[in-house]
Design a protein. Structure first.
Length: 160
């Protein structure tokens, strides 16, 4: 059974998003060991300077790097990353298991993005879309895609 760690900057504020995350966590419970790590977002002024944003990303990045499980294959979610179909993600996750990766980490940054240091240590930069989504919604979307990937892998009718 794979260990999936989802490392996120910020807490989910909206109840409907927390419920969706909880639902996918429940669905995934029989398919993998899921660990969701929420790290605090840095406090920024209302109109932060570029330097203030860079410092915040650096501080958040340091906390993220401490939470990536040792030996995990790390996906960093970023807009400039490569897109994959659900089938491609499923096949890749299966292949990672065959290659000996029992830990997979998915990293979602905050509203200003993610540290370059985190991107540099990640194994793959993954993009969900060329469109921009709130990072809190991205968490639900990513969990659904992880669930879908696992359903594809075991051959259920969930993925049509």
């Amino acid at each position: 059974m794979q260990n999936i760690t989802l490392i996120c900057i910020g807490r989910l504020k909206e109840g409907y998003l927390r419920e969706a995350v909880s639902e996918y966590a429940k669905r995934l419970s029989g398919l993998c060991k899921l660990n969701i790590v929420e790290l605090p977002a840095e406090k920024l002024s209302d109109n932060p300077s570029q330097k203030e944003v860079e410092n915040a990303l650096e501080a958040e990045g340091k906390r993220i790097l401490e939470k990536i499980p040792k030996g995990a294959y790390a996906y960093t979610m970023c807009i400039e990353g490569k897109q994959k179909t659900s089938e491609e993600l499923s096949a890749e996750m299966d292949n990672l298991g065959v290659k000996g990766y029992s830990n997979i980490a998915f990293i979602i940054g905050g509203s200003f993005g993610i540290s370059e240091k985190v991107k540099a240590v990640s194994d793959f930069r993954l993009s969900m879309s060329e469109m921009t989504f709130p990072h809190q919604v991205a968490r639900v979307m990513l969990l659904e895609q992880i669930y879908r990937a696992m359903q594809i892998s075991i051959g259920t009718k969930y993925h049509k």
